[in-house]
Design a binder for this molecule. Structure first.
Ligand SMILES: C[S@@+](CC[C@H](N)C(=O)[O-])C[C@H]1O[C@@H](n2cnc3c(N)ncnc32)[C@H](O)[C@@H]1O
Length: 222
């Protein structure tokens, strides 16, 4: 069984298995995709997990490791490609769950934009967990008409992570600071807000106009 930390476990929890393909993008070690493959719902629905990374050595090592696990045989594929070039047109399914975790928010937004533009007729659901630049990523996603299914905040090893599940059919708007994240502002949320505000204050001292962003986060402080 692949062992996951809090962040990857929270991402895995956002996945609904429906038999449609799942893409573990920027997969690196591939622990997330492997964990998904081991879930009963994944086995029962026959969802195929695709591992995607642009580094050839990473995919070669993953192929070696996963092909030694008999229970996973025939249930996964790997792709050494740029995430912006996922081969969705070659797939029989129009619905896809695309997970992008562990890269910067601006790169994450670029990947989502590229895929949405190429596959406008597909039903794409994205589960995103960027490293920093969440405000900028959220702004870019909202601008292209994406909507929110769910969002949450996770703290692991002293770092904070926002996890968003978005798609064209989400019920709620995507706001730049998040909304559901602040329904209950406990110690973790307060620490995260303070970190965010400090970050944009630093950028402000460097000459960037961050006053609006700072006030947008400060609204959620007590
Ligand atoms: C820090 S790891 C993230 C691993 C895992 N997703 C996680 O969240 O723990 C980032 C991975 O993204 C891959 N990567 C970065 N840019 C990429 C791109 N444009 N297309 C595919 N993979 C990319 C890197 O090779 C690296 O393995």
């Amino acid at each position: 069984m692949a062992k996951l930390g809090l962040r990857l476990k929270a991402i895995a929890k956002q996945v609904t298995f429906s038999g449609q393909p799942i893409w573990d993008c920027c997969c690196d070690h591939g622990y997330l995709g492997q964990y998904l493959l081991e879930q009963d719902a994944c086995i029962q629905t026959g969802s195929v997990v695709n591992f995607v990374d642009c580094i050839a050595d990473i995919i070669a090592q993953l192929n070696t490791r996963l092909s030694q696990i008999t229970a996973l045989q025939g249930r996964w594929q790997s792709h050494c490609i740029d995430v912006a070039k996922l081969p969705l047109a070659e797939q029989t399914s129009l619905s896809h769950t695309i997970i992008i975790a562990g890269v910067g928010g601006e790169l994450t937004a670029k990947m989502v934009t590229a895929l949405n533009q190429q596959f406008a007729k597909h039903k794409l659901e994205f589960i995103l967990c960027p490293v920093h630049h969440e405000y900028e990523m959220r702004t870019a996603l909202a601008q292209q008409g994406l909507r929110l299914f769910d969002e949450q905040l996770v703290k692991e090893n002293g770092r904070f992570y926002e996890i968003l599940r978005v798609g064209c059919y989400g019920q709620d708007e995507i706001t730049p600071t998040g909304k559901k994240l602040w329904h209950r502002v406990g110690p973790i949320e307060s620490q995260y807000l303070a970190t965010k505000i400090k970050h944009y204050q630093r950028l402000g001292l460097g000459g960037q106009d961050t006053a609006g962003i700072i006030s947008a986060y400060a609204v959620y402080l007590d």
